[in-house]
Every structure is written in structure tokens, then in C-alpha cells.
Design a binder for this molecule. Sequence first.
Ligand code: ATP
Ligand code: MG
Length: 327
Amino acid sequence: MKKVLSGIQPSGQLTLGNYIGAMQNFVKLQHDHHCFFMVVDLHAITVPQEPAALREQSEAVAALFIAAGIDPSKASVFLQSHVPAHAELGWLMTTLVYMGELERMTQFKDKSAGKESVGAGLLTYPALMAADILLYNADLVPVGDDQKQHLEITRDLAHRFNQRYGEQFTVPEPYIPQVGARIMSLDDASKKMSKSNPNPGSYIALLDEPDVIRKKISRAVTDSGREIKFDSANKPEVSNLMSIYSHCANLSIAEIEAKYDGQGYGPFKKDLAEAVVATLEPLQQRYKDIRSSGELKVILRQGAEQAAEIANRTVREVKEKMGFVMP
Ligand code: ATP
Ligand code: MG
């Protein structure tokens, strides 16, 4: 069975971008793959986090994984920090990656832009992400388009290690959706939707109340035209809303264009809001049930045990190949 690994940072409230770009594929892949899905809390601290918020968001992300349909009897769900092998292989990968490779990364440039002081972890992030993936010899990594660059580094590091020290790592492939790989901000279609955006109007959070969702969609920026047509170059805002609608209403882009032919933005936005609400309502209900049941702790403990068994073996093999004295 092929192995799948992916993670989401507890750096804010999960958004529709995270759901469409990544989580929906987690749920799809779990049936016929050996899956590992993590809350990457060690990644989240590459930008400042309030301790209480980090704790709450970490549990929230884990509960949302389950609420979205990940079945803990099929996939290992765990917190990255519960498996110390991530930090350990992360360090080893940091010594293998080049500064030039890290400095080129769009995520680093975006997140460090305009900041007076930038933590070194923001730069070395891709080395830890490579470790996350390589620990399990994952074949496939379901991610949004923005993580493609980091996956390229992971592939290079796997090759580099294998060449230098002998065959160890599987070279992973990205698994990116055809529509919705890059959901854009509702207030600015030149930026991707991000949970760490300080403006909540820029994203739809998976836990937003129905009326909040309706308001955010009615306020979403469009253009001065009135045609519902998919054209990312000339109509990026409308195209983005169409991608969201396509996922939530299970309609193709062509079907959406036909449905709203000659109708303007009003009816489209109204239907879009209802489709998003309908998609998120059952998920929100399951989320509440999971948070109140106390089952999360057991799921996370089991997930971490399953993950650690594989991850610890990989770290041992890697350290042996690199020349560390084994205990
Ligand atoms: P942050 O702003 O803290 O980086 P984020 O919203 O980018 O948060 P991540 O935890 O960095 O979320 O990414 C989790 C997963 O969601 C990754 O697979 C990423 O590619 C995907 N993803 C993030 N934003 C989008 C988006 N706008 N469209 C599609 N996929 C996305
Ligand atoms: Mg991100």
C-alpha cells in the first residue's frame, strides 16, 4: 500500500482553502493508502504564537481532521511534537539543505516581508517539512499549490541523502487538486487565502457561523463586470469564487457558467453562500461532538504511537548511515 503524509499548522482557524486544497484529499486517500495526518505544531511556532492559543488551535485542528471525515482507524492522526523524531531528523536535514535553496522560497519571502526580526525557523521550515515526509517514506503528499516548492526541496534532499550516504528515502510526489489548489483571499485575489491573515474577512473559517459565512461572501471582492466566467487572468475574483462553488456544490466549472449565464453576481453569490454553509454545517456539528466527547486524547495518543514506531526506525537508520555512534 502506498504511503501518504500531510500536515496542517495550528497557526489560526482552518479555512476553506485548507479544506479544499488539502483536507478533502486526505479524506479521499485514506481508503486505499497508509496515511499519516499531523497537526504540525512545531511548524506553527516559526511565527510567534500565544501559548494558550497554540494549545487550543492544536486540539481544534486535530478535531477538524476527524470532523472532516478522517477515520482514525484507517489513518494515524497525531501532533508533530508528540513524535520527537520529527525535530531530530529536522535538524539532520537542516545540515543537508543549502541557504540558497531556503532563501528562494516564496513562503519565506511572503512571511518575512516587512518584518523587523524574523526567526531562523521560518527560513529552515522546509528542512523540517522534508523530515516530516521522509520519516515515513511517504509516496504521496496531498497539499495545496503553495507547498509545491517545499516538496521540490524535499525531493532534492531525499536524492542528496541517498547519493551521499546510500539508499534510504523514497522520493515523494505532490498530490494537488486540479481545481482549488490555490483558493485566493476574498479581499484580494492576488494573495492566497491564509488562516494567519489578520483580516478575518479574507477567509472563510471552517467553524464560521452560517451568518458570518453569508456576510463574508456577500462582501467578497468581485469586478465591475457581471459575467460568471472562469478566467483567472482577467477575472481572478470571480474565478476564485467559482472554484469554491465547484467544490461545495459538486458542479463543474462549465456547469456553473451555464447555470448563471446572463444572471449577474447577486444570485451566484447567494447560492455560493448557501452551498458553503451546507458543506460546513455537518462538519461543524461533528466538530462539536468530538470536542465534547473527550475522544481526541485517545486518538492522538494512538496516532503518535503508530507514527513513532516508524519514525524512530528511520532516524536510527539515518544516524547509522551518517556515522553517528549507535547506543
Ligand atoms: P498559514 O497562513 O499559517 O501558513 P495556511 O492557511 O497557509 O496557514 P498551512 O497550515 O500552511 O495553512 O497549510 C496547510 C495545507 O493547506 C497545505 O497543504 C497548504 O498547501 C494548503 N493550503 C493553504 N492555503 C491554501 C489555499 N489558499 N488554497 C489551497 N490550499 C491551501
Ligand atoms: Mg501556509
